[in-house]
Design a protein around this ligand. Sequence first.
Ligand code: LER
Ligand code: MN
Length: 266
Amino acid sequence: MKIAITQPQPDSISKPELEKLVSNLSSLGYDGIEFKVCNPKNIDIEILQGLLKRYDLEIAAWATGASYIVEGLSLTDSELSVRRKAIQRLQDIVILSSKINHAPVVFGRMQGDLLKVDYTIARKQIVEGLREVGNVAKDAGVSIAFEPIDRYEMEFHNTVEEVIGLINEINIPNIRLMLDTFHMNIEEPSIEEAFRLGAGYLVHVHFADSNRDCPGTGHIDFGEILSILEEICYNGYVSMECHPRKPRLNLAEEAIRYLRNIKKSW
Ligand code: LER
Ligand code: MN
């Protein structure tokens, strides 16, 4: 199991700031960074790869929600042209990932705002859209990490069970599952049982406490979660996805210090 932290889009930070960020996270002991990404064409791959190599860090995952939140791209938009752009955007991010280290591409918010549409139609659009993305991802050797998101952000597909149902229906080996402890704390009757249920599909994990802040600041039992992840032999990334209420580096330091007290090898 490796440890990462979610960070803003690399193209939203100046080159010196990006270098400082990568260097500091490496010094703190992180193995990887999950970057948010909007349009991958704005990312200078060579600069990013150079920094990752220099500071011995990997890309842990690419977070895609900004394409919906900032640009409104979703697989369920009423306009066919927007749905096509959303599929293309996800495929472009898959290609970006394949040029670096084939890190998983997180998918959740790009399902769109299901309140605006008929669920039966939306489900079909999500299944069919993800099949198109999944076929490109399969050829590129990249997984799509489908994230169940809690009811206050998404109206459907909130639980591991629901998302596994979709993954099985899509039936493409590269469409996989990721789990976020914050959403699980709201939706799952048992976080531990949900990890066990998702074990065979799991390619990425987000850690945030019950208050969306750093692990250790709320009431989620991360000792128990780390034990379950070991029990299910999860060997991917655990990425801190905490809303920054304090400077990003303080948060990064606080999170890794807390988790190291539980898992000494970090
Ligand atoms: C994305 O990974 C996530 O967890 C969402 O809550 C962000 O909108
Ligand atoms: Mn998340």
